[in-house]
Design a protein around this ligand. Structure first.
Ligand code: S3P
Length: 173
């Protein structure tokens, strides 16, 4: 039993891909941000605006520790989860890492109308994406596998992951 951990920048498709991948592989699915919101009883944007980013990172750290002890999960991380070495080490214990990669241009297009990404608010979003992406790329690249999602839809990414892991699909027919 193992976990599949999806990592990558905001807008990479971690949540949508994760949910569909879990369905196909008959694994459980968890999204770290959802878990944080449920436990805190607040939206991520509200946590950032009321308590700040470092408080959010503390909540994230706790949830990662909890999730890392589960098995047979597809885990959608947050875009900044992998910046913390303790998070990486915990998730790596029984997780295979898949980096869902996308260019700054694609990320900008995918996130420009989203209202739930505090790190892209009150800044020039494209510049912020480029800046954060270049800082974070080495962290994302410490992954077991990389898939460039720029020109792929959700199902194509899911199929690529299945192909990569050579798990094979459980056919329903
Ligand atoms: C963050 C990404 C978000 C969320 C928070 C911080 C980041 O998750 O965890 O807003 O640091 O990139 P998504 O990548 O799911 O948007």
């Amino acid at each position: 039993m193992f976990n599949i951990v999806l990592i990558g920048f905001m807008g990479a498709g971690k949540t949508e891909v994760g949910r569909r991948l879990a369905e196909k592989l008959e694994m459980n699915f968890v999204d770290i941000d959802d878990l944080i919101e449920t436990k805190a009883g607040m939206k991520i944007t509200q946590i950032f605006s009321e308590f700040g980013e470092s408080y959010f990172r503390g909540l994230e750290r706790k949830e990662v520790e909890y999730i890392s002890n589960l098995t047979n999960y597809v885990i959608a991380s947050g875009g900044g989860t992998v910046l913390n070495k303790d998070n990486m080490d915990a998730l790596k214990r029984q997780g295979i890492f898949i980096y869902l990669k996308a260019s700054a241009e694609v990320i900008f297009e995918r996130t420009r109308y989203s209202a739930h990404r505090p790190l892209l608010e009150n800044v020039s979003p494209y510049d912020q994406i480029k800046r954060l992406l270049s800082y974070r790329t080495p962290f994302y690249e410490a992954s077991d596998y990389t898939i460039d999602t720029s020109n792929l839809n959700i199902d194509q990414v899911v199929d690529k992951i299945i192909e990569l892991l050579k798990i094979g699909r459980r056919e329903s027919s």
